[in-house]
Design a protein around this ligand. Structure first.
Ligand code: PMP
Ligand code: GLU
Length: 393
């Protein structure tokens, strides 16, 4: 038996692979501190758990739901978009998916023909490129430098634009860099996309996790023309500590996109897990103080951990404004320890310092390494202590 060419080309998610490796080592008795996967360490808030339990015991969660999401959840998404983005969307413009990841996967399946191009700023979240190639599209990477705060400019985008360019992915706040585009920057990029009829996939999943006075401006809130050109990707995983529940969604002005994504879901997943949808209704409709509490905890961790990581010999970074990652440039650190390859360096940190991190290679950045600070302060401090000892040895 031969696997398909498609299967052979496909790469695993490096974040999930790094996390699985760390979990396996810990299960085997190794003393590893894992700052790999990007997920809140908090349990899902109790009110959300209770809504899920009620959905189970009342029986409503026993059955298939409509493919694009239960009306109650769509209503909750409409209300949250109105609150956070300032415009009113409609049920037919929304699809609820099995995590934001499946929204992105199915979106590119319905947008791209073979060889269509999608511009992806680097460093990028690990799955974007694979989502595009799984749809036979071509990812076109544009390097956002640390000197420019890991943000791309219209000039850079225009250089790589071709007749085949169908979409651009923007992720602000960014995984892995934590950078946030300002309103002016978004306006420039949005207008460029409108002028050139390029769709913008705006991955807003970290929109509620911004720190120290930084402001998240949703791209789709900037103007009517930009809103129409934008497909919003969002979900409850990060802001509500619900990664395991697998609820995300897409909002598009063009209902044909949503209908086509719904066809894919109807032939693949049928519907997002019923109980999770009821839980997500409570997350979006309930008291938003739970989000603020977790946001404050992440902010405190960032403020404690950032200066400590900046002191590690050879680690160079600027302070992120959002999400929950540090993404230091470790070029100097690698030199100091005699490494030339970021994967080997990441591996040495795992085996010698006993700290599991994610190689920047998976994010298209061979000089960087990612630490997730979605862990308690004691764990974070322990990790930094080990990293420092490793670098000073
Ligand atoms: N986009 C980004 C930038 C992410 O970091 C994640 C986290 N996995 C996702 C999308 C997908 O989130 P989920 O599938 O858990 O909703
Ligand atoms: N987005 C998270 C991360 O980057 C979760 C893992 C994943 O979905 O790949 O670590």
């Amino acid at each position: 038996m031969e696997l398909s060419q498609r299967a052979k080309r496909l790469k695993s998610s490096v974040t999930l692979a790094a996390s699985a490796k760390a979990k396996a080592l810990i299960a085997a008795g190794e003393d590893i501190v894992s700052l790999t996967v990007g997920e809140p360490d908090f349990a899902t808030p109790t009110v959300i758990q209770e809504a899920a339990i009620k959905a189970i015991t009342s029986g409503v969660a026993s059955y298939y739901t409509v493919t694009a999401g239960i009306p109650e959840l769509k209503a909750a998404i409409i209300a949250s978009i109105e609150r956070d983005y300032g415009f009113k969307t409609h049920s037919e413009n929304i699809i609820v998916t099995d995590g934001a990841k499946f929204a992105l996967y199915s979106l590119f399946q319905v947008l791209l023909d073979s060889k269509d191009e999608v511009i992806i700023p680097t460093p990028y979240w690990v799955s974007y490129g694979e989502h595009v190639t799984m749809a036979e599209g071509v990812p076109v990477f544009v390097k956002a430098t640390q000197a420019n705060d890991f943000k791309v400019t219209v000039e850079q985008l225009d250089k790589v634009r071709t007749a085949k360019t169908k979409a651009l992915i923007l992720n602000s706040p960014s995984n892995p860099t934590g950078s946030i585009y300002t309103k002016t920057e978004l306006e420039q990029i949005g207008n460029w996309a409108v002028d050139n009829d390029i769709l913008i996939v705006s991955d807003d999943i970290y929109g509620k996790l911004v720190y120290n006075g930084a402001v998240f401006t949703p791209l789709a809130s900037i103007s009517e023309a930009i809103r129409k050109q934008t497909i919003i990707i969002n979900g409850v995983s990060k802001a509500y500590a619900m990664t395991g529940w697998r609820i995300g969604y897409a909002v598009a002005d063009d209902v044909r996109i949503i209908s086509a994504m719904t066809k894919i879901a109807s032939q693949s997943t049928s519907n997002p897990v019923a109980v999770s949808q009821y839980a997500a209704v409570e997350a979006l409709n309930g008291n938003q103080a739970i989000v603020e509490e977790m946001r404050q905890a992440f902010e405190e961790r960032l403020n404690v951990i950032y200066p400590l990581v900046a002191e590690i010999p050879g680690f160079k970074l600027s302070k992120p404004q959002g999400a929950f990652y540090l993404f230091p440039d470790v070029t100097e650190a690698m030199k100091l320890k005699g490494f030339t390859d970021i994967n080997d360096f990441t591996n040495a940190i795992l085996t010698e310092a006993k700290v599991a991190l994610v190689t920047g290679a998976g994010f298209g950045a061979d000089e960087n390494i990612r630490l997730s600070y979605a862990a308690d302060l004691a764990t974070l401090k322990k990790a930094v202590k080990r990293l420092k000892a490793f670098m000073e040895a």
